[in-house]
Design a protein around this ligand. Sequence first.
Ligand SMILES: C[S@@+](CC[C@H](N)C(=O)[O-])C[C@H]1O[C@@H](n2cnc3c(N)ncnc32)[C@H](O)[C@@H]1O
Length: 298
Amino acid sequence: MLDTSSTRSDRHGHASTVAGGSAVASPVYTIGSDAAERDRLRSQSDELHEHTEALLEHVGIQRGWRVAEVACGPRGVLERLAQRVGPTGTVTGLDINPTHVTQAREHVTSLGLGNVSVIEADARQTALPASSFDLVYARFILINIPDPQAVVAEMVRLVRPGGWVACEEADGGAMLCHPPHPAYTRLNTTFRTLYLHDGADIHTGRRLPELLDAAGLLDIGVEARADVPPPGHPRRTVMLDILRAMRSKIIEQRLLHGAELDRLDRDAREHLGDPHTLVMPHLSFMAWGRKPDQPPTA
Ligand SMILES: C[S@@+](CC[C@H](N)C(=O)[O-])C[C@H]1O[C@@H](n2cnc3c(N)ncnc32)[C@H](O)[C@@H]1O
């Protein structure tokens, strides 16, 4: 991990770390992590599997590939990747949160996936060898951090020339709740304020192609999907569930008092529980790009 030899602050007041001569701001991750949030992350892998499969098809994943999943969380898509690369391929998951790493390891062990390993690492500076993967994949990390380009740059460093970088990201520019409800609207404003405060961009989904382009990738493709989960589906309440994981931040930043937050959460959930309410939690973007076979000549 990082050499924490000296620190300083950025514009958001977050300390910076100097490692091996290069300055790396200390990691900011907008969503918190508690048991409920970890459960949410574990179940979202099933909820989003169609998107993931489509993205893996776009990059033409093959048996025998060496794949890395950046910021895999407690489950991510590790088992899906392991199935696709088969026993002759390998999957390396990484996450900065040691609890997520432990849970991801337990998950792959429980499934008997001998070709999957999970390490604790910062996605911006993994210390893994350059050009050592055929595919580097990430989901729902770039939207939650202030420096997504740094993670994309590291993903590009990790992939071999000719290999693929693939990302799935939400875009909160079109979070629909119809008919509107004051509790949902208020919580949506709170959600946006929290992201803004951390320097994270809820419009990251639409920015994926430009992030991949700025990192020097070629043959960039993009697809967006607008899911409208049916009544009772867990993704209807994804914003409310994430806000629960951000409860202490909301109170610390004096955006809402605890009792007010509880009341808004209850009222918004009741509204989203109404089968007549239409919810589009976010747009889902998938983007992919290929690392040039040879470094471009100057
Ligand atoms: C919203 S979760 C998504 C988890 C998983 N990709 C999925 O889709 O289920 C984001 C994950 O990014 C991890 N994370 C945040 N900042 C990170 C960083 N700088 N390096 C590595 N992982 C990071 C968090 O610990 C968390 O597990």
